[in-house]
Design a protein around this ligand. Sequence first.
Ligand code: SF4
Length: 291
Amino acid sequence: MHFVKVKGILSAQNGMNLYRGCLHGCIYCDSRSRCYHMEHDFTDIEVKENAIQLLEQVLKHKRKKCMIGTGAMTDPYLPLEIKLGNVRKALELIDRYGFGAAVHTKSSRVLRDLDLLQKINRKTKAVVQMTLTTCDEELCRKIEPAVSTTGGRFAALKEFRAAGIPTVVWLSPILPFLNDTRENISGILEMCGEAGVYGVICFSMGLTLREGNREYFYAQLDRLFPGLKEKYIQMYKNQYMIDSPKNKELMHFFHDTCSRYGMVHDNDRIFEYLHRFEDKMESAQMSLWDL
Ligand code: SF4
């Protein structure tokens, strides 16, 4: 790990990454792509040492309340977060200044912050997003080796729901010839239904590969699934979008199954929900006036 001072902390869409790089080792990780110009080793985590001060300045002066997101480029609940507590400090500020929060992770370490997320959710909105790719625990340990397995994430989703915190699942990526089966999609959606998730985001039954993450992914395929890399190269060459040959059929199945479980499966609608700030205190007051 190394520390750097940064100039800004919130993106134009009010997202933040308190760390850069990741230790969770997902074989398909897009954040390894060269286009992000990371100048250090991906596993040498960059800690933005002034992130919390910067965030406080921004939140203090922001004229309009909004949702603050984290988890787009790196998993915020890395093992070192338990020691450093920067995500927790950021959530404390979000709570203090009355903003909403949308966190995205694959780690059940997020349960540490359940109390804070609940507090935020009582006043505004806090949403926990989790990625699920496979309901096969053994495959999960291979493709996402250093993070909670699907079983752990499923348990966390249920706990958040029980605490009244809405959840969203990202069904992505789906790796051709590994987890692109109807049984897998069905198993994941069944879990989502049981965990009462608000919605499931899925762009297609596939993944993206480009310079940087492609090399890493192929090296891991060679190590874990010998012969599969050659099949990918033959089928997809240097394509960026790598869709499963069963994409169409599985997407139909995905939409039908989500409808059956009453889960939102329109990506635009889910993104609108994730970005929509809600002032529950004001709404409660308005309904009092209505009495
Ligand atoms: S958790 Fe996310 S950022 Fe970390 S390795 Fe996995 S895909 Fe990449």
